[in-house]
Design a protein around this ligand. Structure first.
Ligand SMILES: [Zn+2]
Length: 253
């Protein structure tokens, strides 16, 4: 076996990325419940704001109608008083007709105002309900955060340690290999490299540990003989030999 530098350097980087991917999934799983509750809180707050805005609009409309009713009643009162000073029956009846028309109008407005008041009452009720739900959701969030905080902190710490080590591992990889690696990393995050799997007494059956498709014995020979990248023709992952893991002391956690 010739002196290998590129693939072992990539394996060290890959180990970091693989672990990082795993910790990130673990973190996402831990935060999943929390995120669901947080989203619910956002939704409830929006809901309450909408209700409050609708409540203000209803209140304004009711006040407008009440003012309208008051001014119409004032007008009715004036007309009633003017009945005492009418000069003849015709004038008297004409005023009575106006009064009755105004009263009918007041009746209509009162009906509308009453409907609005009922809407406002329902709106206030659902606002109160939403507020109670919000309070409950906030308590549940605090509970989940408390339960998760230690584990989340631990996993975040592991991730930031890996992030710190990644730069160093990346620095050991030649630029061209780094570019190839990063390209595959976009496609298979944390799963860029695959072992060429085979039995030492059966080199006719070599498969890719990433996609399980067949590889050629030539792939194994190149990996052993040259210090260069060899990729799986099927999935495009960068191949390595299991013996490289042992040879280069890439220790499992
Ligand atoms: Zn493959």
């Amino acid at each position: 076996m010739s002196v290998q530098t590129i693939v072992p350097a990539l394996l060290a980087l890959h180990k970091i990325d693989h672990d990082m991917q795993e910790f990130r999934s673990r973190l996402a799983a831990l935060l999943k419940d929390q995120v669901a509750v947080e989203n619910n809180i956002v939704h409830l707050r929006e809901n309450i704001a909408e209700h409050e805005s609708a409540g203000r609009k209803l209140q304004a409309a009711i006040s407008g109608h009440e003012l309208d009713i008051a001014s119409r009643q004032e007008r009715i009162e004036k007309m009633r008083q003017s009945l005492n000073t009418t000069k003849n029956n015709r004038e008297y009846s004409a005023i009575l007709v106006q009064i009755s028309a105004e009263k009918a109008e007041v009746g209509k407005i009162e009906k509308v105002a009453l409907e609005l008041m009922q809407q406002l009452e329902a709106n206030t009720k659902s606002t109160t309900e939403a507020m109670a739900q919000l309070e409950k959701a906030q308590a549940s969030l605090a509970d989940t955060q408390k339960k998760n905080s230690e584990q989340v902190g631990h996993v975040k710490e592991l991730i930031s340690r890996l992030e710190a080590g990644r730069g160093h591992a990346l620095g050991n990889v030649p630029p061209d290999a780094r570019r190839q690696y990063e390209r595959i990393h976009q496609k298979y995050p944390g799963n860029v490299m695959a072992a060429a799997e085979f039995d030492h007494d059966d080199l006719e059956n070599v498969t890719c540990g990433g996609c399980y498709m067949s590889l050629n014995v030539e792939d194994v020979n190149v990996l052993r003989g040259r210090d260069e990248i060899r990729k799986c023709n099927s999935c495009g992952r960068i191949l390595y030999l299991n013996e490289m893991l042992n040879a280069n002391a890439v220790q499992p956690t």
